[in-house]
Write a protein that binds this ligand. Sequence first.
Ligand SMILES: [Zn+2]
Length: 260
Amino acid sequence: MLLCDDGKSIFHLYAQFKRNKKPIQVKLMQIPPWFSEIRFAFSRKDDGQMSFKREKKDIVRNNRHHFLTANSLNINQLVSSELVHGVKIAIVGSDSVSTNMITISDGLVTSERGILLSTTHADCLPVVLFDRMQNVIGQAHCGWRGLQAGIISELIDTFRNHRNSKATSIQAWIGPGIGAECYTVSKDVAEKFPAQFINNTNGNLNLDLIGFARSELISNGVPTNNITLSNVCTSCQNSFSSYRRDGDGFNAMLLVTGLM
Ligand SMILES: [Zn+2]
């Protein structure tokens, strides 16, 4: 699959151009070179609601179908997460796709081809891990609750237990999420994180969730050089969905990954 630097397939952008006959603005989103070795797609606000919790099932299924087809991905290979905002990681395989299975989890791991992992996001960070040595891929929805409760170590432990992965062989991507400058939190939340990730400006407490996720990867043994940040703040960039900016009517975005 050909990818633009914002992660959308070239075919998808071309179809959009043909439809709207207007120039397309491509927002730069950093993606690592190893994305050429995996399947990957990340929907945007305009792709519609991707969460079954937030819209009628047939509408969501239709949105997902359009989005995946535009990215040359097959909806019949999709495994979904119904988020619990905790640290639950599910290992999935071919038995999980037969029913378009929805797992109750915040993250998914697979070592099988023909499986597409998916989680939904709007401000909460998408984190993708890939170990090409052991042929295993995983992703998680990382909000402050999950990160604070150790979802990154859970994800890495799952790689270790499932496929004997070494943290030093794991590549990591922290995708679009809410940036520190836009993420004001309550004193209660701020106190749960090390002071270095809290910025206090005239009593406004801002949490650097991306910085914290990165430090969690590093403290769990992932080499600094293996970590790529997307450098996109969902609240600042309008084409992405942001719960903080859009309120309760936000369109959850779908992150999809899989082995080639
Ligand atoms: Zn921002």
